[in-house]
Design a protein around this ligand. Sequence first.
Ligand SMILES: Nc1ncnc2c1ncn2[C@@H]1O[C@H](COP(=O)(O)OP(=O)(O)O)[C@@H](O)[C@H]1O
Ligand SMILES: [Mg+2]
Length: 365
Amino acid sequence: MRVIAIVNQKGGCGKTTTTVNLAGALAADGARVLILDMDPQAHATLAMGLEPDDLDANLYEVLVEPAGASRLDSVIIDVGDKIDIAPSSIVLSALEQKLAAERHDTRTERLAVALDTLQPLYDYVLIDCPPNVGLLTFNALRAASEVIIPLETSFFAIDGVQKLLETIGLLSDRIGHELSVRVLPTLYDGRTRYARQTLGDIRELFKELCFDTVIRLNVKLREAAREGVPISVYAKSANGAMDYASVAMEVAASPPEQRPTSDRSADQEESAEAGPPREVVVRFTDAEAGDVRIAGDFNGWVPDRGVRSLIASEGQNRVWTKILSLEPGTYQYRYVVDGEWREDPSNPQSEPGPTGQLNSILQVH
Ligand SMILES: Nc1ncnc2c1ncn2[C@@H]1O[C@H](COP(=O)(O)OP(=O)(O)O)[C@@H](O)[C@H]1O
Ligand SMILES: [Mg+2]
């Protein structure tokens, strides 16, 4: 069971949208997902088609007293194919005051303790957090082992993130568990130069902590929330659905323990035993693309990991040459073009991958 908190102290950066639609995309892929709505505004609860005022129970009962932990199971509601939710309500905003007299370490572990009482029925638990770093967010961070920070690709997006990372770092030191953090660019409007620049800055700043997928502006995401369903149900071929399917693929492809670290010598040694690797060269040509990377089963779907790149101009076009070192075998791959995952347009050989998108096939003899 992977527990992922969706955190940013800013409102309107896409936390709830990411929680609900990543849940939808993971479930569409066959995973069982639980959403924990930790925001008193209950937007995730609403976006999953529930009316908070009509519900008998919510996370408040689970968190307000130690004995509530065992009640988590009873507040969970089935809201769709493979998706359940533990709903929120405005009363959650009273929790901070209610627990003010309690010791910091016991009042911030309530959610973690409650999660421990659950049968391991779920592959993923996604926690939607409120737009501040208070008691509710601390509870989410203690319960989680992974964090996704949605970052709006517009003005001032990066302000405050450094501080948030610091807080997360301090917290993981104090509670003695490592939190693996990733940043997800959201609300991206590729038509504006400012957004493109900000995306560049985000990538530069966060490097491999940044998802390769970028969530584009897509009005269907708003409509789906109003309809009370994830976009994978509301409009599965909309850009928003593609983008969240792509994030789901990235999340599924790299659980934290398989994430690249600075020490990559271990896996290189492993592959050396299987036979002599060969240099394989592939090319991608495009007039508009700014950033082209390659990801496949040969590099754990981490774009450009272990790949040498050359860029050249050819008339109107730019040509990206990717040099891979591969042992004989058959491999699947895709290009990541300005954050969007695409099959290789020059390769007629492809196969549907786990999310139904086509992966290109590479054979090394
Ligand atoms: N990629 C997107 N395209 C269009 N609208 C979006 C997108 N992501 C979020 N929104 C809308 O922006 C608003 C804020 O998003 P939300 O996910 O609620 O942010 P947060 O939970 O961080 O406050 C909502 O109305 C939501 O529907
Ligand atoms: Mg929200």
